[in-house]
Structure formats: structure tokens, C-alpha cells
Design a protein around this ligand. Structure first.
Ligand code: FES
Length: 68
């Protein structure tokens, strides 16, 4: 799946209870640079850029390829 950086992914998923990230939507990142906005992954996991929470994070790159 590819989408412009400005497009928000439509997953049908919602934040976990209380509006907090739960990690249920962690998705493989195949290419591109995520803009991580979750509190689920560690700093090291976010720096690896190989998974992202697609309900709340965005893209820093023009193209982001996800393993859906
Ligand atoms: S659905 Fe919980 S972090 Fe995305």
C-alpha cells in the first residue's frame, strides 16, 4: 500500500481504552520513514523504523510502504 504523506491511513481501528495507544495496529514498514506518534514502542524500536502504529502515526517521507 502506498499513499501520499499527507494521507492519513484508514484502518477502522481506534485507540485503546482512554484514547491511549495499545499497539494492536503495529504494522511492518517496508519502505519510507514513519513519524512515530505512539507510546507503545521503545525509543530503539521507533528508531529501527520497521514497524509503526498506523492508527496514530504518520509519514515523514513522500512515500510509505506498509506490509498490510
Ligand atoms: S489501535 Fe492501538 S495503537 Fe493503533
Amino acid at each position: 500500500m502506498t499513499a501520499p504523506a499527507s494521507a492519513a491511513p484508514t484502518t477502522g481501528l481506534r485507540f485503546g481504552e482512554g484514547g491511549r495507544c495499545c499497539g494492536a495496529c503495529l504494522t511492518p514498514v517496508l519502505a519510507g520513514e514513519p513519524d512515530h506518534r505512539d507510546e507503545v514502542q521503545t525509543d530503539e524500536e521507533r528508531a529501527a523504523n520497521n514497524r509503526m502504529t498506523i492508527c496514530c502515526s504518520r509519514s515523514r517521507s513522500a512515500e510509505l510502504v506498509l506490509g498490510l
